[in-house]
Design a protein around this ligand. Structure first.
Ligand code: XBP
Ligand code: MG
Length: 252
């Protein structure tokens, strides 16, 4: 029986990557006097690696091979990441990033239906609470029974660890939870934890491989702006994702 919905954050609850995380990284680089600049296409490539600290290291190894690491490199990355988190949460506090279509509606309906809500993400916990507070509701973080985020597990997505952690914390089994994801790394993580998964794509992830998803959708759909279903099983289906629809997919 379906008891809990576990949501990814970046790209799923809100389109945070291109106009949120990316400019926040760039602002931190400028603050530290670095000539690193991540434009929109480059950032798409960097998204192959989850986690901000991991992503900066990947950027250097892949795109700046001549960069000479200072003796305090790990410390510098940690400081840069702190600055990036500050820039990002400030941007959210200015109301910078709205939730994706249908997200708030589904969260409300799920709560009313008695489903448990949770988050499983690689982003920093402060970023999640700031998004929920500024883009959902003042008490938005309290809507979620578990917020599994950031470095609480050393192996980030695509490893299943963050979902496994969240499910354990809820005292549930994977057969009682449904994940909602937007990316290939995300679905590897959720499927790896044994979770049935619904995908809503975005511009960075539309060409990803979502084999194994229950359904692949343009978004969750709203009144007057239905989702488009994109996977072979339900091509051209349109609608709104509500609890009844999730339960029907979950039962397949
Ligand atoms: C998204 C990520 C994160 C963010 C940046 O994860 O990979 O690393 O891009 O956040 P998800 P941090 O889709 O699982 O939410 O800089 O805080 O890591
Ligand atoms: Mg994501």
């Amino acid at each position: 029986m379906l008891k809990a919905l576990l949501f990814d954050v970046d790209g799923t609850l809100a389109d945070t990557e291109r106009d949120g995380h990316r400019p926040a990284f760039n602002a931190a680089f400028r603050e530290f006097g670095l000539d690193w600049e991540w434009d929109v296409p480059l950032y798409g490539e960097l998204l192959a690696v989850t986690g901000g600290k991991e992503r900066m290291k990947y950027y250097l190894s892949r795109f700046r091979p001549d960069y000479e690491k200072p003796a305090n490199f790990e410390e510098m990355i940690a400081e840069l990441h702190k600055a990036k988190t500050r820039h990002y949460t400030e941007l959210l506090a200015q109301g910078g990033i709205p939730l994706r279509p249908g997200v708030e509606r589904l969260l409300r309906e799920a709560r009313e239906a008695g489903l448990i809500l949770g988050v499983a993400t690689t982003t920093t916990p402060e970023n999640v609470t700031a998004l929920l507070r500024h883009s959902l509701a003042e008490d938005g973080a309290d809507w979620f029974t578990v917020i599994a985020a950031g470095d609480i597990v050393p192996a980030k997505k695509p490893a299943p660890d963050i979902y496994v952690w969240a499910i354990r914390k809820l005292g549930l089994g994977p057969e009682e939870c449904l994940a909602i994801e937007d990316s290939e790394n995300g679905i590897h993580s959720s499927l790896g934890a044994g979770l049935k998964t619904v995908v809503t794509i975005n511009d960075y992830t539309r060409d990803h491989d979502f084999t194994g998803a229950l359904a692949v959708l343009s978004d969750l759909g709203e009144e007057g702006a239905p989702y488009r279903r994109l996977d072979a099983a339900g091509q051209d289906e349109r609608g709104r994702v509500d609890v009844a629809r999730l339960r029907a997919w979950f039962a397949l």
